[in-house]
Design a protein around this ligand. Structure first.
Ligand code: AMP
Ligand code: MG
Length: 533
């Protein structure tokens, strides 16, 4: 690495203000050796240089957000920086210490085993964004693993972060996807078949990467003074509108975390997203979707579906269980905060607030999905019946809801409209009884719309704001992966561009809105994913 590199593309103007490492206690040991790190929120660690970094994914919106040129004029320079090969002046790289409940059991110290925070950028508008490299080499928290990430999981993280953002789902963002030029060994299905795969690094971007687990580890170790400092830091930097930390602010903060988490899960349920690994170390304190691993998108609406083969037996993280799991996770966060609150009632009230927020948010959202602007508790039977109908035969969730906006419930005939039956994966499953049930529901829906008085145009407009046309279908991500692995990364940019406008009709890209093809039904990567990444 040359001693001096002239920076360009906006890199020369990045303003770093590293509040996390400045204000919180760090690990006094600097050796990059795997260990338990006590009485510290982070350990300073440098990314491991890679041999031949090249950019194969870039988000112009995130670049602009940070104050970088929308497209890199000097891709080699950007590849060096966002692979970790070139640490810029002002950066202060570190890995965070956190713990977590994994699949319901306390796992002790986890930490950033393969994520390295480069620093906090303050942009022109004063917004703070942490740059974080995922897959940039081992840290003191790497435990028995290698600190690296493979191309397939990095493409999935890069694309999904941006797709979720454009869908309006709170999420961490992704600036770049860099091939490292190195190979990484993975046993994808943990079945004794390790293989070499291309390595990659994603640069993730978020106001903060603090997780429930950051608080939990301090509490579990009885490091209450540091827990206090982390809460103060979080409130001051990420929730400044709540005021200075103190007993009242703390309560309002916890309630806000509960509300933000509810809001995030409502959005997941709206778009058919299954996170796959909702461990408490994968829960952002900001209520942003974080850590894209074995996630998936519902194709046919099935509340019991999980893409994660590692969770196939218990299905703890199945689609329909996400609201309950988020609440359980908040309860664990609440437990971790008990030493700071003199009483448990406000924490319990926060959990209740989650339940109320989720219920109200989900009702409102389902209303919007059906063109009902003023949904009330009385609409529950209408909603429940529709979800039961969707689950009864394999029906593509995205297509069904999107196409419902084309249906005029005043002119329902003797068979469901073709625009809806297009959503069926197995038309042979559709019985006369199912057809009648669907027609009855459509008439009920029509009656509800009439009572609500929303005009046809307005109804379709509402529905199209809540029902995306395009989502990152599992098989599409896998196609982009297969092509990139074979040396052609062009589909990454194509999907990124498609998913920039998920609610718009993009007539030249109609095939991307189609049902999952049959060949993808049981294909690894399309319907089955493991935690191996
Ligand atoms: P995850 O299931 O991806 O959320 O990861 C759980 C924990 O394992 C986190 O502490 C990760 O940092 C760590 N981890 C996952 N993969 C690796 C890896 N390849 N190298 C080091 N740590 C890892
Ligand atoms: Mg994680």
């Amino acid at each position: 690495m040359p001693v001096e590199t002239s920076l360009s593309g906006g890199l020369e103007q990045l303003a770093f203000d590293n509040s996390f490492t400045r204000e919180l206690p760090g690990d006094p040991e600097t050796a990059n050796r795997r260990r338990q790190v006590l009485r510290a929120c982070f350990s300073r660690v440098l990314p491991t240089p890679v041999s031949n970094p090249s950019i194969i994914g870039w988000s112009p919106e995130v670049a602009t957000l940070l104050g970088l040129d929308p497209l890199p004029q000097d891709p080699e320079l950007m590849a060096r920086v966002f692979s970790g090969n070139l640490v810029l002046p002002g950066m202060d790289p570190f890995a965070m210490c956190y713990g977590g409940h994994q699949f319901g059991s306390w796992a002790g110290q986890l930490g950033d085993g393969r994520a390295i925070n480069l620093g906090e950028v303050v942009n022109h508008s004063g917004q703070r964004h942490v740059l974080q490299l995922k897959g940039a080499g081992p840290t003191p928290y790497s435990r028995t693993a290698d600190g690296l990430a493979v191309l397939r999981s990095s493409i999935r993280e890069f694309l999904c972060s941006e797709a979720m953002h454009h869908l309006g789902v709170p999420t961490t963002r992704a600036l770049s996807l860099v091939l490292t030029g190195e190979q990484v060994v993975r046993d994808m299905f943990y079945d004794g078949n390790p293989a070499r795969e291309p390595g990659a690094v994603v640069c993730r971007v978020a106001p903060s990467f603090t997780r429930f687990g950051n608080f939990q580890i301090l509490s579990a170790r009885g490091e209450t003074d540091i827990l206090r400092r982390l809460v103060d830091h979080t409130i001051r930097h990420d929730f400044p509108h709540l005021g200075e930390p103190g007993p009242d602010t703390d309560v309002r903060w916890f309630h806000e975390v509960c509300r933000a988490t509810a809001d995030m899960v409502v959005h997941w349920m709206r778009v058919g997203f299954v996170h796959g690994v909702m461990n408490t170390d994968n829960m952002s304190i900001l209520g942003q979707t974080i850590d894209y691993g074995p996630y998936g998108w519902l194709e046919n609406y099935d509340p019991d579906w999980t893409p994660n083969t590692t969770d196939a037996s218990g299905r703890r993280y199945r689609f329909g269980n996400q609201p309950q799991v988020a609440m359980w996770n908040l309860l664990q966060l609440g437990n971790a905060l008990v030493p700071l609150f003199n009483e448990t009632e406000p924490l319990q009230a926060g959990i209740d607030h989650y339940a109320d927020s989720f219920q109200q948010g989900w009702r409102k959202t389902l209303g919007l999905k059906l063109g009902i602007a003023d949904a009330t508790a009385g609409d529950k039977p209408l909603f429940d019946e529709l979800l039961a109908i969707l689950a009864a035969v394999e029906t593509d969730m995205t297509i069904f809801f999107r196409n419902l906006a084309h249906v005029d419930p005043e002119t329902i005939g003797t068979v469901p409209p073709e625009t809806l039956t297009e959503a069926y994966y197995r038309p042979e499953q559709v019985t006369t009884e199912h057809r009648e049930r669907t027609l009855a529901w459509l008439r009920q829906w029509g009656a509800r719309l009439r009572a609500g008085g929303t005009g046809w145009r307005e109804r379709a407009r509402l529905m199209n704001t809540a029902n995306p046309k395009y989502v990152l279908r599992n098989y599409l991500a896998q196609q982009a992966i297969d092509k990139a692995t074979a040396g052609d990364p062009s589909m990454i940019a194509e999907l990124l561009d498609l998913l920039r406008h998920p609610y718009d009709e993009q007539s030249h890209r109609e095939p991307y809105a189609a049902r999952r093809p049959d060949w993808a039904r049981h294909k690894p990567g399309c319907s089955m994913l493991s935690c191996s990444s």
